[in-house]
Design a protein around this ligand. Structure first.
Ligand code: TYD
Length: 200
């Protein structure tokens, strides 16, 4: 099973991924957790380029780097893991591209869909948890972190990205589960657990 987690920065994805990992492991399943961009030495190098404030990247350069990292990760890690029946939990996947590069940066969404399809061939998440959090709460949660290049984009950008995730969850309600992430860690995880248990 392939599960991705989406949401704006500070939505609590990392914590919820760890909790879901522990849950699956306790049921005897083998689990791997990954993050995007990243997850392999190659893709982590691309991540460094993408998040570094040393470079000014235009939207197209940024997009191609995200897709290259994704393509490499999908082919070399995600596909083989799914073939050997592991559970794959990924912190972000192609919906982030639609939300950040499409809704956030204003790139053509049809073009992005095509790029996303090419990057993942036919490896799609079975479930995507969209951790839907108010921008003020996410800002508070991210306060202690030093903002990377993308996180430095400002509130207007994040509202557009948030709107992108909202729209996506309406377009693909079967796959993308809209989770109220303003609640406590336990309450958020409870919503996730119920969906997983009903999915089995
Ligand atoms: P990261 O530190 O992983 O963010 P977070 O911890 O909040 O998940 O940084 C990844 C950044 O890259 C994040 O700001 C979202 C952005 N991003 C895109 O713009 N497009 C993409 O396709 C992906 C995967 C991430």
């Amino acid at each position: 099973m392939f599960i991705s987690f989406e949401g704006i920065d500070g939505s609590g994805k990392t914590t919820q991924i760890q909790l879901l990992k522990d849950y699956f492991v306790s049921t005897g399943l083998e689990v791997i957790t990954l993050r995007e961009p990243g997850g392999t030495i190659f893709s982590e190098k691309i991540r460094e380029l993408l998040l570094s404030k040393d470079f000014v990247l235009n939207s197209f350069t940024e997009l191609m780097l995200f897709e290259a990292a994704r393509s490499y990760l999908t082919e070399n890690i995600i596909k083989p893991a799914l073939e050997s029946n592991k559970v794959v939990l990924c912190d972000r996947f192609f919906d982030s591209t639609t939300a950040y590069q499409g809704y956030g940066r204003g790139m053509d969404k049809k073009f992005l869909t095509l790029c996303n399809q090419m990057a993942v061939s036919s490896v799609y998440p079975n479930i995507t948890f969209y951790l839907n959090v108010q921008t003020e709460i996410s800002r508070k949660r991210s306060e202690k972190k030093v903002a990377d290049r993308i996180e430095s984009a400002g509130d207007d950008f994040f509202s557009k990205v948030q709107n992108g995730f909202d729209e996506l969850s309406k377009m693909f309600p079967e796959r993308i589960k809209n989770i109220d992430a303003n609640l406590s860690i336990e309450q958020v995880f409870n919503q996730i657990k119920i969906i997983i248990e009903n999915n089995n």
